[in-house]
Design a protein around this ligand. Structure first.
Ligand code: PEP
Ligand code: MN
Length: 487
């Protein structure tokens, strides 16, 4: 039976082979945890998910820019007030630079509030001379080599760490943290580079002037949120509504437990605040869909995108907008075949292709992929991930990425899209605003305006997963993109 004709259910993926599957020794304990998760409330609502579909259609039409960013993998220990606010502050600063230069709204898709799973190239790894199961992320096992047996209780813990993170972010955003009236609160203090600080200050001053002007001529009729203004006040609407939470959909049993059937929410999805909450399907007679309620946007990794496997089967049935990682091993026919399965009705805003070839390989793959998709008539958002194809091991043994290669891949991506009449709609970055106790940024990627060398990597290397751009290096990318789109 072809994928399209087989009946889909939240558990139909179980009939297929599953890449990156985790073997739990205690199936009974796993069942109990999954039952519990399936009775807990949704983390995000169908209304928010529907709104995102519209926002992504706007990105596709060139009316907005997509920023997908955050940690490679979050850890339970890093779920702290400081880490969450510095990450949100960095995403806001990055967006402000882009909006200011490109004059385009930014749809912010945070790799946050549930990004705990980690795909691995091998089930086993050698630690201090002994073979142990690989670390698969905090939702599966522990980083400590003595804690590698998959423990289902970690899934429950992932649910609660995700909801705690979401609760704090939603609180931050509704109490004025995102207000355009004080971007200096978004941790500009992190930026030590004088030139970068000056550039950012220039934007903030320009923004203050613009807000003053708007207030004077009466455009801003409402007071800022923190002064009792409504959600419609200037500086709030865009920043408040364009927040999205995204995770790599890797652990299918967990995703299944978070999948719920709802009637499609009614109302105008482009208006903040409307539509209202969807009603659970059993109480409504209108069209029903299954939503993954663990994140607004979930994506399929480069290692789990096999057409006849479980991940594609699960993803094809959910209503959420989805991402698909596209690397150099993806064939052109295979890419179109995948789009036919996950988006048979060619709906706008449904699929985002996140390309990640590496600076050396993008020239031989991207154009063919774009042309094949153009010919198929599939509407997609194209996003450049300049991180995952540019990872290498430094002589010290630390995993790193070269800032120059990251810029090279973004530049090539912009050029190739333009040359074939397509558009790069956004970027997917692994970055962090995290600081150590002395207030210094992490040192995981080499280069950037701070000129980080390989020898300096070990100074403050904090990632237990892929190397991330630090605050300054991220703003460097933001300024480069902002300059490009200004033209
Ligand atoms: C990721 O985005 O962290 C990831 C694992 O990417 P990919 O599947 O492209 O390797
Ligand atoms: Mn990664």
């Amino acid at each position: 039976m072809s994928a399209q004709t087989q009946t889909w259910t939240p558990s139909s993926w179980r009939t297929k082979p599953v890449a990156q599957d985790v073997e739990y020794p205690d199936q009974n304990a796993l069942g109990k945890v999954l039952n519990k998760i399936s009775s807990l409330p949704p983390m995000v609502t169908p209304s928010e998910i529907e709104r995102l579909r519209h926002q992504l259609s706007a990105v596709q039409r060139g009316e907005a820019f997509l920023l997908h960013a955050g940690d490679c993998a979050e850890s339970f220990d890093a779920c702290t007030h400081e880490n969450i606010s510095s990450k949100i502050g960095l995403i806001l600063s990055f967006s402000l630079i882009l909006i200011w230069g490109a004059r385009l709204p930014v749809v912010r898709v945070g790799r946050i509030a549930g990004q705990y799973a980690k795909p691995r190239s091998s089930n086993w790894e050698k630690v201090d001379g002994r073979e142990v199961l690989s670390f698969r992320g905090d939702n599966v096992n522990g980083l400590d080599p003595n804690d590698r047996t998959p423990d289902p209780e970690r899934l429950l813990s992932a649910y609660f760490h995700s909801t705690t993170t979401l609760n704090y972010i939603r609180g931050l955003l509704t109490s004025g943290f995102a207000s355009l009236h004080h971007p200096r609160d978004w941790s500009l203090g992190h930026v030590r580079s004088v030139a970068l600080r000056a550039e950012f200050e220039k934007i903030v001053d320009g923004l203050s002037d613009a807000l003053d002007f708007a207030r004077t001529i009466g455009v801003e009729s409402e007071r800022p949120y923190e002064q009792g203004g409504g959600r419609g006040s200037l500086g709030e609407v865009d920043f408040y509504t364009r927040w999205v939470f995204a995770v790599l959909g890797l652990m299918l049993a967990y995703e299944e437990a978070l999948t719920r059937e709802f009637a499609v929410p009614s109302g105008n999805p482009t208006t903040p605040g409307a539509p209202r909450f969807a009603q659970p399907a059993r109480r409504s007679a209108s069209k029903k869909h299954h939503y993954n309620t663990g994140a607004h946007f979930i994506w399929i990794g480069d290692r789990t995108r096999q057409l006849d496997h479980g991940h594609v089967e699960y993803f094809r049935g959910i209503r959420n907008p989805i991402g698909v990682k596209v690397g150099p091993t993806m064939g052109e026919g295979e890419l179109v075949g995948l789009l036919d399965v996950v988006n048979p009705d060619k709906e706008a805003g449904r699929v985002t292709l996140i390309t990640r070839y590496g600076a050396k390989k993008i020239d031989s793959h991207l154009e063919g992929h774009i042309r094949a998709v153009q010919k198929s008539g599939h509407p997609v958002v194209w996003v450049c991930d300049p991180m995952h194809g540019n990872t290498h091991t430094a002589s010290s043994g630390l995993k790193t990425r070269d800032f120059a290669a990251i810029i090279e891949e973004i530049t090539a991506c912009l050029r190739i899209h333009t040359s074939v009449g397509s558009r790069m709609g956004g970027v997917s970055l692994e970055f962090t605003g995290e600081l150590n106790d002395e207030g210094y940024s992490v040192t995981e990627c080499v280069g950037g305006s701070m000129g980080l060398s390989e020898e300096e990597l070990s100074l403050r290397y904090a990632s237990f997963c892929d190397p991330r751009l630090n605050f300054e290096q991220s703003l460097d990318v933001a300024f480069m993109l902002s300059e490009h789109y200004k033209k």
